[in-house]
Design a protein around this ligand. Structure first.
Ligand SMILES: Cc1ncc(C[n+]2csc(CCOP(=O)(O)OP(=O)(O)O)c2C)c(N)n1
Length: 615
């Protein structure tokens, strides 16, 4: 370090920060944000200067992605897995346009992100400044309009604090991305103090609304029902254990949407699998059972993939009750007999108390015993797993052979056995998430740790994503690669497995080097079939032309090594079984498992094909 630099640093350390971007960073520090994901560039430089100052005082660290979409995916993965605000940034122009796919993904997946893009100086607007992206240029605020809930340019320094507070409150309250476009001269503007005036952590606290009328109707309906099924979506993550307690109390069974899959242990005695895309026949059969007179969908938007292609025969009909925290998510279920809106935790706390008081569980003590037998016995937990697994395991045994090339079904089944319990699996768009939704059943210690007194344990995981995650609604290739980097930063010490395809890896694989740089033990499992497999099988199943899916044969273990990442080529099952997974998971850096899978195995994607063909 030169004397000049050292002097400047010392001066900086001794004086209070006084640039507008320091105020912004101070607010993020106040919120406990640990990382800011992005790529620097001329116009955003003041923010990076401020980040450097923050990093030196033990504050927020800059994580530099290789592509801005990767930065947004990382912020999404961080937010999902930490329960904190995800923050990403880019420079003006191409940096900002590169961010959009990642921001759209968070928007569709309902993940709170603060997106900061820089802008050329105010006085240069309309003069064709380099990379100008105001409304006189390529108009970045215009481009973010449809994938954010609050989206504005800060056109005067006096707007900054208010707009930042509005942005963060909106992101958290509405669980969505928000965007601030900030010109460089505003980022650099001098302030008399960069100390936050307001207490943002208090401002973002969620009010626990009670929809009294809705809850009363819900209780009456439960009383009247003979057989109830819960459908849990990803939005029920805050109250998953409470919901399972209530299900046990009223003798209900539980299924999940594909993106809710990781919230319930697949081995829970009340669980019957996934409905919707790549789901289980056991779940669809249960919903179609005429004896089921009430279906309670919790924390889910009604979309093609969560509703089995808008299946009105067995799901979207007048048996439905829809519980949601967001009013806008209820618009997809006008056929419901009841809508209950409010904090899902509060609704289920209320329900649980009410049901216990009424003692309506008069004939369910036996059922509760079944649940409790499985819960709380850590030593016998794994042994019991095969016995309590309800969904199609027996019929799937034929796939669990160790032939070569490796069957994706076998691989998914094996992963849950080879990796430690509580490994988080992020499955990418393509056959990866189809195979994983159907065949990967992660062990979940939470089931054996769940309290049996029915009270809600306010553990950290309550607010977080489950052990299985995918980007169901926007479904961008490469999502899992960036997102698993963010997840690893959010969950130090917890195993993170990214399951992705060779096409996605070729699209976004450079983000693995971020895991390398930050010594994150992410395990990237590449389903290598030398094709855009989902496209190939989609064309075959849907009777379309056979075109555009071929990829070159790439050795990703060599590619990994070229980047300095440890890589293994897995040609047959024994190659996988020979690995020391424990060592891989505790390595200070990522590992690539390049798995040559059987390209002819057809993934469970018929629901998608039906919708495409009928379009
Ligand atoms: C960014 C993006 N581009 C295109 C698509 C359309 N798409 C969906 S799956 C898929 C193929 C993915 O191939 P690969 O990553 O190799 O995974 P595989 O299906 O072979 O497991 C494509 C092109 C998409 N979802 N996202």
């Amino acid at each position: 370090m030169t004397d000049e630099v050292a002097d400047r640093r010392e001066r900086e350390q001794n004086k209070s920060p006084d640039e507008a971007c320091d105020l912004l960073i101070s607010y993020l520090e106040q919120l406990g944000v640990e990382y800011l994901f992005g790529i620097p560039g001329g116009a955003i430089e003041p923010l990076y200067n401020s980040l450097a100052r923050s990093e030196r005082r033990g504050g927020i660290k800059a994580v530099v992605a290789r592509h801005e979409t990767g930065a947004a995916f990382m912020a999404e993965g961080y937010a999902r897995n930490s329960g904190r605000l995800g923050v990403c940034c880019s420079t003006t122009g191409p940096g900002a346009t590169n961010l959009i796919t990642g921001v759209a993904s968070a928007y569709e997946n309902k993940v709170p992100l603060l997106v900061i893009t820089a802008q050329t100086a105010l006085k240069s607007f309309g003069k064709r400044a380099f990379q100008e992206s105001a409304d006189t240029g390529i108009n970045i605020v215009g481009m973010f309009q449809f994938c954010t809930r609050f989206n504005t340019m800060v056109s005067h320094i006096d707007q900054l604090e208010q707009k930042l507070i509005t942005a963060v409150m909106t992101a958290i309250r509405e669980s969505a991305p928000v965007h601030l476009s900030i010109p460089i001269d505003i980022l650099k503007a001098h302030l008399s103090s960069a100390a936050p005036r307001y207490d943002l952590p208090t401002l973002i606290q969620q009010p626990h609304f009670q929809d009294e009328r809705g809850i009363t109707r819900l209780i009456e309906q439960i009383d009247r029902s003979r057989k109830i099924v819960f459908v849990l979506g990803s939005g029920s993550r805050e109250a998953e254990s409470l919901i399972l307690d209530v299900a046990a109390l009223i003798d209900a069974l539980v299924v999940t949407t594909p993106d809710g899959k990781g919230l319930v242990s697949p081995y829970h005695p009340l669980y019957r699998g996934v409905i919707g895309f790549a789901g289980h026949a056991s779940a669809s059969k249960l919903l179609a059972d005429p004896a089921v007179d009430t279906i309670i969908a919790v924390g889910t938007i009604i979309s093609e993939w969560t509703s089995n292609g808008w299946d009105s025969a067995s799901f979207l009909n007048d048996r439905l009750i829809h519980i949601e925290s967001e009013a806008s998510h209820l618009t997809g279920s006008p056929m419901s007999k009841i809508h209950v809106r409010g904090s899902i935790t509060s609704i289920f706390e209320n329900l649980s108390e009410n049901l216990r008081c009424k003692n309506i569980d008069k004939n369910v003590s036996g059922r509760q015993d079944i649940a409790h037998q499985t819960i709380g016995k850590e030593t016998t937990f794994r042994e019991k797993i095969e016995q309590v697994q309800h969904f199609e395991l027996a019929s799937m045994r034929k796939y669990y052979d160790d032939s070569s090339p490796i069957k994706p079904q076998w691989l998914m089944h094996r992963l849950a056995q080879l990796f430690p319990p509580n490994t988080r699996y992020l499955a990418d768009t393509g056959n990866s998430f189809a195979w994983a939704i159907h065949y990967l059943h992660p062990f979940d210690r939470r089931m054996s740790q769940r309290r049996t007194d029915g009270r809600h344990d306010n553990g950290r995981r309550q607010r977080n994503a489950g052990l299985f995650q995918c980007a169901l609604e926007f479904a961008s290739m490469g999502w899992a690669i960036g997102s698993s980097v963010g997840a690893a930063l959010a969950c130090p010490g917890e195993p993170i497995v990214c399951i992705t395809g060779d096409g996605s890896l070729l699209m976004s694989g450079q983000e693995m080097t971020v895991a390398l740089q930050h010594q994150l033990p992410v395990v990237f499992i590449i389903l290598n079939d030398s094709s855009l497999g989902m496209v190939k099988h989609g064309q075959l199943l849907g009777g379309a032309e056979n075109i555009g899916h071929q990829l070159p044969a790439v050795d990703f273990s060599e590619m990994a090594r070229a980047m300095g990442v440890v890589g293994y080529r897995i040609k047959q099952s024994q190659d996988l079984l020979n690995l020391n997974i424990q060592t891989i998971c505790s390595r200070n850096g990522p590992t690539v498992l390049d798995v040559l899978i059987d390209p002819d195995e057809v993934p469970p994607m018929d629901m998608r094909i039906k919708t495409l063909v009928s379009a």
